[in-house]
Ligand binder design. Structure first.
Ligand code: ADP
Ligand code: MG
Length: 258
């Protein structure tokens, strides 16, 4: 069965796209069949996968509106080892246009169900908002992976996301759970980061991934070349951290489903 993971956090710039792209590449590296879904009109996951968002004829937008089948827009990230449902700024219109359509919260879920036989994992890169697109991701997901920076306001922002997940769990998707919290751009020498990290563990316990992603310039450079960190600089600390995350992710999945 394809396991669907939403990579979500309503804050921008917290490492969602970097995590979605590089975890996808890491899981692919470990032999898993992976689909990456770009659900952000910024199209950063698309560009970071080596697909030019400006040349796309059809995107996730038409899929959500029911105008094309997801199979028709599938692209492969040649160097990433995974497949992609791409997006660009057109997707910003979906929010408004879906309002008039039926079952507007579960349109992504219906589309992903069509692809379920092809993949082990689908990772959804969410936009930086708790909007209808993110609700579609949460409705489609078995679990949510939350990347976060260990800053002062991080925990506050987290409670809005956790409340949204609870609402989705109570209505649209009773099975949804938190897959894990991932500390990104982490600097172990920063006292505040240590404190927030300790607080996070008190609140969320084993849900906090042991793997931490350090701040690493290679992770920021790779997307400008349309490459995952593994393809851009395999030995970099960032690439290796995401590979380790993929390993931990798989180990946890086998543990919880044994
Ligand atoms: P989001 O998708 O949540 O908006 P991004 O993944 O796009 O966040 O990250 C925001 C910015 O930070 C990007 O420029 C990205 O390249 C950079 N970045 C993300 N993670 C790291 C990291 N671990 N080290 C250095 N730069 C990072
Ligand atoms: Mg992003």
């Amino acid at each position: 069965m394809m396991r669907v993971i939403a990579v979500a956090n309503q804050k921008g710039g917290v490492g969602k796209t970097t995590t979605a792209v590089n975890l996808a590449a890491g899981l692919a590296e470990l032999g898993r069949r992976v689909l990456l879904v770009d659900l952000d009109p910024q199209g950063n996951a698309t560009m970071g996968s080596g697909v030019d968002k400006r040349t796309l004829v059809h995107t996730v937008y038409q899929v959500l509106l029911g105008q094309v089948q997801p199979q028709e827009i599938l692209r492969s990230s040649a160097r990433g080892g995974y497949d992609l449902l791409p997006a660009n700024r057109e997707l910003a219109g979906a929010e408004v246009e879906m309002v008039g359509l039926g079952r507007r919260e579960v349109r992504l879920k219906a589309s992903l169900d069509c692809l379920a036989g092809r993949y082990d994992y689908a990772l959804i890169d969410c936009p930086p908002a708790l909007n209808l697109l993110t609700v579609n991701a949460l409705a489609a997901a078995h679990a949510v992976l939350i990347p976060m920076q260990c800053e002062y306001y991080a925990l506050e922002g987290l409670s809005d996301l956790v409340n949204t997940i609870k609402k989705v769990k109570a209505g649209l998707n009773p099975g949804i759970e938190i897959e894990g919290l991932l500390r990104v751009m982490y600097d172990p020498r920063n006292t505040l980061a240590q404190q927030v990290s300790a607080q996070l563990k008190r609140h969320f316990g084993a849900k906090v991934f042991d793997t931490v992603i350090p701040r690493n310039v290679r992770l920021a450079e790779a997307p400008s070349h349309g490459l995952t960190a593994l393809a851009y600089d395999r030995s970099s600390k960032g690439a290796q951290a995401y590979l380790q995350l993929a390993q931990e992710f798989i180990a946890r999945e086998t543990q919880t489903r044994a």
